[in-house]
Design a protein around this ligand. Structure first.
Ligand code: NAP
Length: 459
């Protein structure tokens, strides 16, 4: 058994199975055996089952949210937000199942018809991280099942309890064994079993770029399709014509979400010269008013980091920046509460060469940089191996368009700190991965296009 700990106090919240290799293989076989039946179901039947699952989970959203707080550490309002976000995908794809349209193309041959159909890719597998234990799983499973694929999933061993609860509710809704399977155990072994099984036709992975690359190389062996949602190093750019208060509020809410442990968390905040000092002071003032605490309460609080590795990484990055000349405007050290709590921190006087600028921080640290002009900030924002999201605050329409064109990222968010919902294509470029999740683009990742030529129609 795997013990699952509450990051707020170290207590054991529950346990998850430590599946053996044989058990994982058996679950993969069930996933593959269920594919023909599931893929041949009417799209409406698949959609109806997803809808039923959506309704059962929605009725118990508080039960899910409280469990999520206990195993992940985020506060209750955020956990409820995550449940609603995840439910949005189940609801969206319950409907989208019926809209996997094909095509007809004017024929190139006489007496013939060209038809293009989209077929489910096959049995699939997914691996998800601990920072959104509910939403990540809901998003992947709902898309796969809607498309007619079956899926086996390995949630993070740090947060498997919400995942198993989702599975329990899926069974209750009538989604059968095989169609949706779940395993936990040794991540490396399970990953290896997924990528090496030629019956699995697609893998969707969300996690670090390092593990994503390992899996992608292995998937190359039998040309398995992949969706990769990997790390980020999001720039958050504030021009001096921006709505100042909106930019401060957008930054603070985007950054403190899940204590900064989010792939789309603003990692490098670039503020234009004329407003830089005032902006730093305003951010520090707003952040200082937010409490740090365990998450089972109504108020928004900054929770603990997920584990000791997480807190060590944040502490090292902040200490490195301090030694290199950063100004600590707020925080800057582990919180007096001890354990896995770190002080919300605002750093200024930063340079692009510092490690904090080049590394995904994954903690409640605002790293603020000064810039002079548009050309310079575009060059600096793009100077990273990542390309997931960029935030830009400006009221100049021409500049907004230019920025959206010139930033290398899968998503550019203008004048907002919030990326979106089930209806948008979420994903990155460069080392942030490839493929999209959500919206009608998401389902394309789970289908194969088949061209059918019907010739000889005059006979
Ligand atoms: P991680 O270490 O890569 O883990 C992600 C998943 O991979 C977990 O389920 C993990 O299992 C599993 N794993 C670990 N080693 C493996 C191996 N050798 N083979 C197969 N699977 C393996 O990432 P993390 O630290 O949990 O998550 C944070 C990272 O995810 C950040 O870089 C973040 O930016 C990224 N992320 C990206 C997105 C996006 O949409 N682009 C969203 C959220 C997070 P265990 O947890 O059980 O060890």
């Amino acid at each position: 058994m795997i013990n699952v700990f509450n990051p707020a106090d170290g207590s054991v919240v529950g346990t998850a199975p430590d599946n053996s290799v044989a058990e994982v293989q058996a679950a993969i076989t069930r996933t593959c055996d269920a594919f023909p039946g599931w893929s041949r179901k009417l799209a409406k039947e698949r959609g109806d089952l997803l809808r039923r699952w959506f309704e059962l989970v929605r009725a118990d959203r508080l039960v899910f949210a409280e469990l999520l707080v206990r195993e992940n550490g985020k506060c209750l309002s955020e956990a409820l937000g995550e449940i609603d976000y995840g439910l949005g995908f189940i609801e969206w794809y319950a409907e989208e199942a019926k809209r996997v349209y094909g095509d007809t193309i004017p024929s190139h041959a006489a007496n013939a018809q060209v038809i293009v159909v989209k077929e489910p890719a096959g049995p699939t597998a997914a691996i998800t991280p601990w920072n959104f234990p509910f939403m990540m799983i809901a998003r992947k499973i709902a898309t796969a099942l809607a498309a007619g694929c079956t899926m086996i999933i390995k949630p993070s061993e740090l947060t498997p309890l919400t995942a198993y609860k989702l599975l329990e509710y899926a069974r209750r809704a009538g989604i059968p064994e095989g169609v949706f399977e779940m395993v936990t155990g040794n991540p490396k072994d399970i990953g290896q079993l997924f990528v090496s099984d030629t019956r699995i036709r697609k893998i969707s992975f969300t996690g670090s770029t390092a593990i994503g690359k390992l899996l992608a190389s292995a998937c190359g062996n039998d040309l398995k399709k992949m969706t990769l949602e990997l790390g980020g190093n999001a720039p958050f750019i504030v021009f001096d014509d921006a709505s100042f208060d909106d930019a401060v509020a957008g930054l603070v809410s985007a950054k403190l979400r899940n204590s900064g442990q989010v792939c789309i968390s603003p990692n490098r905040v670039y503020v234009q010269d004329a407003i830089h000092d005032r902006f730093v002071a305003a951010v520090a003032q707003k952040v200082a008013a937010i409490r740090v605490d365990q998450g089972l309460q109504d108020e928004f609080v900054v929770g603990p980091l997920i584990n000791q590795l997480g807190i060590d990484k944040v502490a090292e990055l902040v200490d490195d920046a301090k030694h290199a000349g950063a100004k600590v405007v707020l925080g800057g050290k582990p919180h007096a509460k001890g354990g896995l709590f770190y002080e919300p921190t605002v750093l200024a006087n930063l340079e692009d060469e510092m490690r904090v600028a080049q590394t995904e921080i994954f903690g409640p640290v605002f790293a603020i940089y000064r810039f002079r002009n548009e050309e310079e900030v575009v060059r600096r924002a793009n100077n990273t191996e990542y390309g997931l999201v960029a935030y830009v605050y400006t009221r100049d329409l021409g500049r907004a368009f230019r920025m959206s064109r010139n930033i290398e990222a899968g998503m550019v968010i203008l004048n907002s700190g919030s990326v979106g919902t089930a209806s948008i294509p979420f994903g990155g470029v460069k080392h942030s991965g490839y493929g999209r999740e959500g919206s009608y683009y998401g389902i394309e990742e789970y289908v194969e296009v088949k061209y059918v030529l019907m010739a000889g129609l005059d006979k």
